[in-house]
Design a protein around this ligand. Structure first.
Ligand SMILES: C[S@@+](CC[C@H](N)C(=O)[O-])C[C@H]1O[C@@H](n2cnc3c(N)ncnc32)[C@H](O)[C@@H]1O
Ligand code: SF4
Ligand code: SF4
Length: 392
């Protein structure tokens, strides 16, 4: 605790011990937030560590569960010019560790994907790709390996399988499985330890029995992890499919063994929380992550990067896209260190939001994704902060 007293002119000076861990750098900028109880000082540093990049909102499928049915956002892909601005902007972040190419759309429909991944890798960041796997044929898989992608997540669940049929893709499941086997073969034959291969499975009432087969499927296709996720329902019918109102844990065997370069590696599942609880921690803000859309607009997380409707325990929620600036208007580091973004992260970090789920008022604030503390947007109802929704 540091005691600070105002001088005879009512001014204060902060002693060095107020800033542990090396103190402040000469000329360093801080953002001061005021409320009726006092002041909060926030560092405004280029300390982002992880980027979620949405290279396209186009897709070769139209899964019934997907937000793409519930939004009015345009179907567009990132231009070369926007990508250059993003790449340029990222150079100002010395601690950038990972870029996750994901978002709502299918990254493999972007014609320059492998090239973009290679340029992101050259920044020194690990690159993760999340894909539905349909287009992951041998040539594309090799191009992604050459680009140095170090983690590949392929979505595989009954909701995707239904979408193959609806899109008229003959033998879609066989094609995805063949692509996964092909990729594993390339990794094995090349003697690579990377990329780590994972599956993502959205769990719902109707596909619950498939869950227990996941470890075996993962072992067969050479996947070293499985991300099991809950469903974010965008329609009342989908709301009847959620599993996190049952007060029951998900049951999914233990780990599984994999042959990797003469070693046996151990595969593992990453399970979501299955119940709303008191602990609230934002996986995006706490991990110093940001998201960038196809148009170069910066948002704090996947939850706030589109305008859409969802249903939460019987209530309707209308989320409006929340952006803090665009790479076309100013350097990315200026967006990250802007007063609005820095204070937003501070509020999320301390989780200064009410708990609308427990309040029970069903007020119009909650429906509009704002809250009675004056937050706009509000994180009060966030399923990611509950870890009921997982992110890669
Ligand atoms: C939106 S997709 C984008 C990447 C790619 N098109 C794919 O399907 O993997 C990313 C992940 O979100 C999941 N997802 C889609 N709609 C969802 C929903 N309503 N609730 C939870 N996860 C969802 C998908 O299953 C996928 O694993
Ligand atoms: S493949 Fe992915 S982005 Fe495309 S509709 Fe399905 S979940 Fe959405
Ligand atoms: S708590 Fe949820 S809505 Fe708020 S920033 Fe984090 S992920 Fe986004």
């Amino acid at each position: 605790m540091t005691e600070i007293r105002a001088d005879e002119h009512g001014r204060i000076q902060l002693p060095p011990e107020a800033f542990p861990n090396g103190g402040l750098q000469p000329g360093e900028r801080l953002v001061c937030e005021r409320d009726e109880r006092g002041l909060r000082l926030h560092y405004a540093r280029p300390d982002a560590r992880k980027l979620y990049l949405e290279v396209t909102t186009a897709c070769n499928l139209s899964c019934a569960m997907c937000i793409r049915h519930a939004w009015q956002d345009p179907v567009q892909s990132m231009s070369a010019g926007t990508f250059e601005r993003v790449l340029d902007g990222l150079r100002a972040f010395p601690d950038l560790r990972r870029v996750v190419i994901a978002g709502y759309g299918e990254p493999l429909v972007h014609p320059r994907l492998a090239d973009m991944a290679a340029q992101l890798r050259d920044l020194g960041a690990g690159v993760t790709l999340v894909t539905n796997g349909l287009l992951l044929d041998r040539a594309r898989a090799q191009a992604l390996l050459d680009a140095g992608i170090d983690t590949l997540v392929v979505s595989l669940d009954s909701l995707h399988v239904q979408a193959y049929e609806q899109a008229g893709v003959d033998g879609g499941l066989d094609r995805v499985l063949e692509n996964l086997h092909g990729l594993s073969g390339l990794i094995r034959r090349g003697g690579f330890k990377k990329p780590a291969l994972g599956l993502e499975f959205v769990a719902a009432r109707s596909n619950l029995p498939e869950l227990e087969r996941l470890p075996d499927l993962a072992r067969q296709v050479g996947a070293s992890f499985v991300i099991v996720n809950n469903l974010l329902p965008h329609t009342p019918e989908m709301a009847g499919e959620i599993l996190y109102d049952r007060d029951e844990p998900l049951r999914l065997g233990g780990g599984w063994g994999l042959h990797r370069g003469g070693w046996i590696a151990w595969g593992h599942p990453k399970l979501p929380r299955m119940k709303w609880g008191a602990g609230r921690k934002c996986p995006f803000v706490n991990d110093l992550s940001l998201t960038i859309g196809w148009d170069g607009e910066v948002s704090p997380c996947t939850a706030l990067m589109h305008t859409y409707r969802y249903y939460l325990y019987g209530r309707v929620k209308d989320v409006a896209r929340y952006t803090l600036g665009s790479v076309h208007e100013r350097p990315l580091v200026d967006v990250w260190t802007s007063d609005e973004y820095v204070t937003f992260r501070g509020r999320v970090h301390d989780f200064r939001f009410p708990s609308c789920v427990e309040c029970g008022m069903d007020c119009t604030y909650a429906q509009e994704n704002i809250d009675c503390f004056g937050n706009e947007p509000s994180c009060a109802d966030c399923l990611w902060a509950q870890r009921i929704l997982n992110c890669p």
